[in-house]
Design a protein around this ligand. Structure first.
Ligand code: GMT
Length: 391
C-alpha cells in the first residue's frame, strides 16, 4: 500500500468493548497494509491468527520490594518509548485517557515530537473517573495534549466537554463491526440446544458491572415469559453475576435461564437470539447492540448515553427510560407478537449496521485522523493488494 504507517496500539487487552474495538481496528489496519504494534500487558484476547503486519510487545511490570504498588503506568510509558524508537513508529493510538494517553504523552516526550498521539475515549474515563478529583486534572491534560482525540459517540463528547475543561475539538468516531464475522448465521441446530421451536430467546451480554443494571434484565424477562414462553441467555460475567443468579432463583426461573459465562465466539450466540436486552444506566455506545444489529437482532434497552445514536427507537429496536422494565417488557412482547414488525425491524438492523457502522467506513475515519495528525495526505485511491475488499 502507498504510505503505509507504523502504528502502536495500547488498550486494556482483556476487558470489554474498548479492547475489542482496539484489537479489531489493529487487525483490520494490518490487513490494509499498515504495520501494527500492540503494546499491552497481555495478548489482546481477540487478536487471533498470526498476521505478518501485527506485532505484540508485552509490558512487564517489576514488583520491586520498595514499591507499594507495581508501577504499571511507568513500565508502559517506558515500553512504548522503546518500541517507538526501535520500530520507528509514526503514531500511537491509545484507548482510554487514563492511564494510556498519559503514558503515551510521556513516551512522546522521551522519543520526540514527531511521534503523534491519538486518544480514543470509550466512556468510563469520562463518565466515572472524570468526577474523581484525584484524577480529573490529569484526564483533562491527557485530552488537551493528545494530537487528536476521538470519542465513540456524540453523547460522550457532550459529557467530556461538560465535565472537564476541554480546549480542543474531539472527533466522533462510532464503533464498528466486521461483517465477515457478524452477520445472520444459520444456527438452527445450535438454537435447539437453548429453546424449543415455540419459545423465544432473549439475550444479554456484558461484564455484569452495576451500570449494566443486569437485574433489570431478569425483571424484563420474567414479564415477557409470563406472556410468551421464552428463554434467557446470559453471556459474560462480572461483579453482579451472583446477585443476578440469586434473583433468577428467587423468581423460580432457573430452568429457563442459561448462564454461558465468558465466550469468545459471540456471533453465533447473537444470531440465535430473538432480541438483545441492554437496559444500562450508562453506555457510551453499546458495541454489543451493534454486533447484534449486524446479526439482524433488534435491541430493547434504555435511553442512556450513546445508545439512541445507535438504536433508532421503533426502527431497529425500542428504547425506554432507564429502569422502566415494564415498558421494555411490553416492547419485547409487542415485537414477539407481531411477526411482520419483527421481520421489518430485523432487516432494518442489518441495513443500518452495514450502512453506518461497517469497518470500511469507520476504519477510514480513523485512518484519516492518523494522516491528518502526521500532516500527510490521505491516500484515497488504494490498490486492493493487501487490503480488505468486501464484495
Ligand atoms: O461496557 C463496559 O463496561 C466496557 C467498556 C470498556 O471499557 O470496554 O465499554 C465501553 O466502551 C465500549 C467500546 O467503545 C462501548 O461500546 C461501551 O458502551 C462502553 N461502556 C460504557 O460506557 C459503560
Amino acid at each position: 500500500m502507498k504510505d503505509r504507517l507504523k502504528i502502536g496500539i495500547t488498550c486494556y487487552p482483556t476487558l470489554g468493548g474498548s479492547g475489542v474495538v482496539a484489537t479489531e481496528l489493529g487487525k483490520l489496519l494490518a490487513e490494509k497494509g499498515h504495520e501494527v504494534h500492540f503494546i499491552t500487558h497481555s495478548m489482546p484476547f481477540r487478536l487471533g491468527r498470526f498476521h505478518k503486519n501485527i506485532f505484540f510487545h508485552e509490558v512487564e511490570v517489576s514488583d520491586y520490594y520498595v514499591f507499594r504498588y507495581p508501577p504499571y503506568d511507568l513500565a508502559l510509558a517506558n515500553k512504548i518509548s522503546q518500541v517507538a524508537k526501535t520500530e520507528g513508529l509514526n503514531l500511537l493510538h491509545v484507548h482510554y485517557a487514563i492511564p494510556h494517553a498519559v503514558c503515551a504523552l510521556l513516551a512522546k516526550q522521551m522519543v520526540g515530537d514527531h511521534l503523534k498521539v491519538v486518544t480514543t475515549l470509550h466512556g468510563t474515563d469520562i463518565t466515572v473517573l472524570a468526577a474523581d478529583q484525584s484524577l480529573s486534572n490529569l484526564i483533562g491534560y491527557a485530552i488537551n495534549h493528545s494530537d487528536a482525540v476521538t470519542a465513540v459517540s456524540q453523547d460522550l463528547i457532550r459529557e467530556t466537554v461538560t465535565r472537564l475543561d476541554i480546549t480542543r475539538p474531539i472527533d466522533r468516531i462510532y464503533n464498528f463491526f466486521d461483517k465477515r464475522v457478524f452477520y445472520p448465521r444459520d444456527v438452527q441446530s445450535l438454537r435447539k440446544e437453548f429453546a424449543s421451536p415455540d419459545e423465544k430467546i432473549l439475550l444479554h451480554m456484558s461484564n455484569f458491572r452495576p451500570v449494566k443494571r443486569v437485574t433489570d434484565v431478569v425483571d424484563i424477562f420474567a414479564k415477557v415469559n409470563a406472556e410468551i414462553p421464552s428463554r434467557l441467555v446470559f453471556v459474560g460475567e462480572g461483579p453482579d453475576l451472583i446477585r443476578v443468579m440469586e434473583k433468577v432463583k428467587d423468581l423460580g426461573l432457573t430452568n429457563r435461564v442459561c448462564f454461558c459465562g465468558k465466550q469468545d465466539d459471540v456471533a453465533e450466540l447473537l444470531s440465535l437470539s430473538d432480541v438483545l436486552l441492554l437496559p444500562s444506566e450508562k453506555e457510551s455506545f453499546g458495541l454489543v447492540a451493534l454486533e447484534a444489529m449486524a446479526c439482524g437482532v433488534p435491541t430493547v434497552g434504555s435511553l442512556a448515553g450513546g445508545i439512541p445514536e445507535l438504536v433508532q427507537d421503533g426502527v431497529t429496536g425500542f428504547l425506554s427510560p432507564i429502569g422502566d422494565t415494564t415498558a421494555m417488557a411490553e416492547q419485547v412482547i409487542r415485537l414477539f407478537k407481531d411477526e411482520h414488525l419483527y421481520q421489518q425491524m430485523s432487516q432494518a438492523c442489518i441495513e443500518r449496521a452495514d450502512h453506518h457502522f461497517n469497518y470500511e467506513k469507520i476504519g477510514k475515519e480513523y485512518e484519516k485522523i492518523y494522516y491528518r495528525v502526521l500532516g500527510r495526505p490521505f491516500p484515497e485511491e488504494e490498490d486492493c493488494h493487501d487490503s480488505i475488499c468486501y464484495t
